[in-house]
Ligand binder design. Structure first.
Ligand code: GLA
Length: 342
């Protein structure tokens, strides 16, 4: 009997969802709650897959290019930019009235060698400013928000204030963050400027330590007049650590809002790390969204990807043929209740 029920929940129910009516999309429902919803998208799928395009058009009010704006992708050699892929994604968004996030300017990964070969801090400042002028400048008025810095706190590196010992930090100290935000603001004064971070989601000591260091950094930046206006909570969650998502995340969002920042869930996905059922994965989505939407109301939620890759253990809202899965329906059902909790 138990087996029959499990078979129904895990196989029959999802298949029936594939044919279910979906006249109201998640994007439309979220928008009516004042929240943007969307996905990280990639150039190849967007260009070549009609079904993928249709999902974005129907479901998303905001998208973010997955890799196409990262430094090594867009600016692979000195003075040589490759805007072809990001242009395609951003043109698609503009044409379809979908907002775009820019991800990311300064990150410790995906830095080309011609940059890390620089040993003179002044020369590096010039390169950072040039890069920002060219990349943010090109999409001025088209990209609503930028991840100006990504993943800058990393206490295991044992640097003052928990800062990550990245190339940028080694060369310029904490000031690299100021430089990037100031130039970003100068280049596009209307863009919302984000610091995006992972590992701040859990009711654990290490996550609490990270959150404290993040808040302290934001306060220092604000005290120095750095134009930071948003904080992105990446939200790569697993079926194990969803159990540690609770009131601390709720309070953290309050703290960020008190500092006057927009708060986005920027990279939500759920990894099945302990072989739980599809239903339990969808309930993990539900639990996460109920916490971040409930009383604090984040301003946007983006899922990190559209299709769940066949061999991946990380689950998003569609299967690899573009059919809805259970997660889609749990996510969709969570949004209409946002206002009831406020
Ligand atoms: C970080 C980055 C993303 C992506 C993921 C890996 O979260 O911000 O751009 O590279 O790692 O999926």
């Amino acid at each position: 009997m138990k087996k029959t029920i499990l078979f129904f929940i895990n196989f029959i129910l999802p298949i029936s969802f594939c044919f279910a009516d979906d006249s109201n999309s998640i994007g439309v429902i979220a928008k009516s709650e004042g929240i943007n919803f969307g996905f990280a998208v990639n150039y190849n799928s967007l260009k070549n897959d009609r079904k993928y395009q249709d999902i974005i058009k129907k479901q998303a009010t905001i998208i973010v290019p997955t890799n196409e704006l990262k430094w090594s992708n867009i600016h692979p050699q000195k003075n040589i930019y490759d805007f072809s892929k990001s242009d395609y994604i951003i043109d698609f968004a503009v044409k379809n009235n979908i907002k775009v996030r820019g991800h990311t300017i300064l990150w410790h990964a995906r830095i080309p060698n011609y940059i890390t070969d620089i040993t003179n801090p002044n020369e590096l400042k010039i390169q950072i400013n040039e890069h920002i002028k060219n990349v943010i400048g090109r999409y001025k008025g088209k990209i609503e928000s930028w991840d100006v810095v990504n993943e800058v706190i990393n206490p295991p590196d044992k640097q003052p204030n928990g800062l990550r010992n990245s190339y940028w930090y080694k060369m310029l100290g904490e000031e690299y963050i100021d430089i990037a935000f100031k130039q970003a603001h100068k280049t596009d004064p209307r863009a919302i400027l984000f610091y995006n971070e992972w590992g701040v989601e859990f009711d654990t000591n290490w996550s609490e330590d990270k959150r404290n260091k993040v808040i302290a950094l934001i306060k220092r930046l604000k005290a120095r007049g750095v134009p930071i206006t948003g904080f992105g909570i990446q939200s790569h969650i697993s079926s194990n650590n969803i159990n540690f998502v609770n009131s601390k995340l709720d309070n953290f969002i309050d703290n960020l809002k008190e500092l006057g920042l927009k708060v986005y869930i920027t990279e939500l996905d759920i990894k099945n790390s302990n072989n739980i059922s599809n239903t339990d994965i969808s309930l993990a989505y539900k639990k996460y969204l109920n916490i971040v939407l409930k009383k604090n109301k984040v301003d946007a939620v983006l899922i990190w990807g559209v299709y769940t890759k066949r061999k991946s253990d990380t689950y998003v809202l569609f299967d690899d043929s573009g059919n809805y899965n259970l997660n889609y329906f749990e996510v969709k059902n969570t949004f209409p209740y946002v206002n009831k909790y406020n």
